[in-house]
Design a protein around this ligand. Structure first.
Ligand SMILES: Nc1ncnc2c1ncn2[C@@H]1O[C@H](COP(=O)(O)OP(=O)(O)OP(=O)(O)O)[C@@H](O)[C@H]1O
Length: 443
């Protein structure tokens, strides 16, 4: 697929702009702060309904305006769709597809797929677990848009449950009775487990599918220096982390998980908890430990074990919001051990692997990787995502620049931003645009 037209109204620094794009490479070049990232951020927003730079929508609306509009034309095979998104201050965002009636923004998910590389990706490997959870969840929604509702429901339940825990703590501190709050807590626990187990299961399946692809991508990006491994660490089966940010190394408080059921091929979660690494290369044995029913069981037990701690602290300690994607290189954690260059290569490998998994591998002429079990990929119909490389080449040395350029070149469409023309590798030949405040001119 590719984006053939982008039109912005009051989005970031643009009062109004129209850009015709081509399949292949489109490079946006201009000095710092001219609005290059704003353009690709808008395209990424149409695919994910989120920005790679900010967590809320307000900064996306031009200062002084009350709403922003992003309109794109997306070509897939011999079909074209128009998607128009209205981002409003203090109101629900709306979407129009093919100039139809305005509807829910969420309905546009799945029409455009993008994989975006940006300097912010370094935080994906070096930062808090939150970014890595978002990486997994965003990829799941790109594959199966309807799961966006599961994530949204989980967030809502988590908020309600956490508020309840806080008020129970306050009642208790003032010497009041806790019984009413804990009875309501049981109801929220049911919803938390139901939705949480589904999310953990999806993530485990995705990690399983990503693992070999990330290893290959890392080998290609770094030219074979070290083995890149992924592993999923679940708070539902691991000891609870008592640190304020959560998701770090385990601390005391929760008994170790029981072995997986016989249906899982006898794989013991044991000291490893639900660590997908335990299932590497073990064929169908991963199914038992990724089954929603099995995870649900573990989550119920984990919640039971931490109930008192949760009431003491007023915080939800178990569930996918406390999990992490563990990244290791040559047996050592990336965070805290890997060099700057190695961390960068790992981040690039995660994005490259996402691109291949979403269908980009077809362009490379290599066999497509195995899809996660929850996804039935629609390969072969121009499904490969649009690749966005935002300010990435300036961060890489000459060899890795060429390496990355080689890998992305076969993609159906690549959008590149760079402050100076020399930052775009010569092999990425295509259309160039000059960007200056409020205007984008094709060269
Ligand atoms: N909501 C907004 N309203 C008005 N201007 C905004 C808004 N958000 C960002 N800007 C402006 O947009 C500009 C940044 O644009 P952008 O991040 O696209 O720059 P860039 O060309 O990618 O720069 P660099 O090369 O430094 O990464 C800044 O001048 C910033 O003040």
């Amino acid at each position: 697929m590719y984006v053939s037209h982008l039109s912005l109204l009051d989005f970031r620094s643009y009062p109004s702009v129209d850009v015709e794009l081509e399949p292949g490479v489109n490079a946006f070049v201009g000095a710092n702060g001219q609005g290059k990232t704003n353009l690709v951020e808008a395209i990424g927003y149409v695919a994910t309904l989120g920005s790679h730079r900010v967590a809320t929508d307000t900064p996306l609306i031009r200062a002084g305006a009350s709403r922003a509009v992003v309109r794109t034309r997306i070509v897939r095979g011999d079909r074209a769709s128009t998607v128009e998104l209205e981002i409003s201050q203090g109101k629900t965002n709306r979407a129009r597809i093919n100039r139809g009636q305005p509807g829910r923004a969420r309905d546009v998910l799945g029409i455009l797929r993008t994989v975006l590389f940006a300097p912010e990706d370094l935080a994906l490997v070096k930062g808090d677990p939150d970014g890595r959870r978002r990486f997994l969840d965003q990829l799941i929604v790109l594959m199966v848009p309807r799961f966006a509702a599961v994530f949204a429901d989980y967030d809502r339940v988590l908020k309600q449950r956490s508020a309840l825990l806080k008020s129970a703590r306050a009642v208790r501190r003032s010497g009041g009775p806790e019984a009413a709050a804990t009875a309501t807590l049981d109801v929220w626990d049911g919803r938390l487990v139901e939705l949480g187990a589904e999310i953990v299961s999806l993530r485990l399946q995705l990690v399983e599918a990503l693992r070999p692809v990330v290893a290959t991508a890392y080998e290609l990006v770094s030219e074979g220096k070290g083995e890149a491994l992924l592993d999923y660490k679940s708070s539902s089966t691991e000891p609870v982390d008592n640190s304020p940010s959560g998701g770090g190394s385990g601390g005391p408080g929760l008994s170790r998980s029981a072995p997986a059921p016989a249906a899982s091929g006898g794989v013991s979660a044991g000291d490893e908890g639900v660590r997908t690494e335990a299932f590497r290369g073990s064929g169908d044995s991963v199914e038992g430990a990724t089954s929603v029913a099995w995870i649900r069981e573990r989550m119920v037990a984990a919640l039971d074990a931490v109930r008192q701690q949760e009431l003491d602290r007023g915080v939800s300690l178990v569930g996918p919001h406390r999990d992490d994607l563990l990244l290791t290189l040559g047996g050592l954690p990336v965070k805290g051990y890997a060099s700057h260059g190695e961390s960068w290569s790992f981040a690039l490998a995660l994005r490259m692997a996402s691109f291949w998994l979403l269908g980009g591998a077809a362009q490379l002429g290599t066999p497509p990787p195995s899809a996660p079990a929850f996804w039935d990929p629609d390969r072969g119909t121009d499904a490969d995502p649009v690749l966005i490389l935002d300010d990435v080449f300036a961060e890489l040395d000459a060899r890795r620049r060429e390496r990355l350029a080689e890998l992305v070149l076969p993609a159906r469409q690549v959008l590149v931003t760079a402050a100076v023309p020399e930052d775009v590798p010569a092999s990425l030949d295509g259309v160039r645009f000059h960007v200056e405040p409020g205007a984008v001119t094709r060269e």
